[in-house]
Ligand binder design. Sequence first.
Ligand code: ACO
Length: 154
Amino acid sequence: MTELIQKLPTGYSFRKLEKSDYNNNYRETLQVLTDVGEISESQFNELFDYWEAANVFHPHVITNEKGIVVAAGMVFFEKKLIHECSLYGHIEDIAVAKSEQGKKLGFSMIIGLSEIAEKAGCRKVILDCSAKNIGFYEKCGFKEAGHNMNKVFV
Ligand code: ACO
């Protein structure tokens, strides 16, 4: 992860999410992306255990020089039938704390998650984003491909 380490400010680290991050600004960081809602510590631990057991979900964080979570992101893998049973990486839920934006943490998160996907053997890594973030993902080496569609149930 040479490119990532070079870009991170001194004292900042990219690492896997830990259970103790429940009390370490993880939920608050994701709040810049969307409404997180009330999540109890036991709900968080249950979700963490589900992610671990599935061995598909790889939530990561960037911590600052005090060890506090200031950026969050997830990559997960999907084994498809197409392209000879290819593995695809999906990047989701990227968030950088407001006060930490503009320090290349978002870029570092995307580089780090992409490298995890590449090392795992993914054919490619894909994500959805709003129009206002297209420029950011282009800076991270992504190309626009298709349109995002959804149907909301709740
Ligand atoms: N449009 C165009 N360029 C941008 C944007 C943008 N919205 N945001 C950052 N950039 C540029 C920067 O200027 C920088 O350019 P440079 O290398 O020429 O100096 C480069 O992209 C890297 O920027 P970072 O400093 O790494 O960006 P930051 O750490 O602020 O993270 C992010 C960007 C993740 C979009 C952050 O602003 C954020 O958390 N926003 C709110 C939540 C959000 O929208 N998350 C993404 C949702 S999409 C998803 O989750 C798959």
